[in-house]
Design a protein around this ligand. Structure first.
Ligand SMILES: [Zn+2]
Length: 84
């Protein structure tokens, strides 16, 4: 079996049966990244909840979102320590 047939068979299977998406990253409660366990295709959900291909630009946006969320959690925790 050569390399091209290894890549072709999962894509053929997915085109017949459909992708088997698993959540690989939970960015927010509404935004998640999914990867097909069969062919490795990466998708994410957009603002309307529709699955769209995960582009490098979207990955970069998700990283930025994660950093904002982490900073928010840190500031909330530090405020709670001051109050308590
Ligand atoms: Zn697939």
């Amino acid at each position: 079996m050569n390399v091209s047939s290894k890549l072709f068979i999962p894509k053929l299977y997915c085109s017949v049966v459909g992708h088997q998406y698993r959540i690989t990253k939970k960015v927010t409660n509404h935004i998640k990244e999914y990867t097909c366990s069969c062919c490795g295709k990466e998708v994410t959900n957009d603002a309307k909840g529709v699955l769209v291909p995960l582009t490098p630009k979207l990955k970069f946006i998700h990283l930025g979102l994660e950093q904002v969320i982490i900073k928010r959690r840190r500031t909330k925790r530090s405020k709670m320590k001051i109050v308590a």
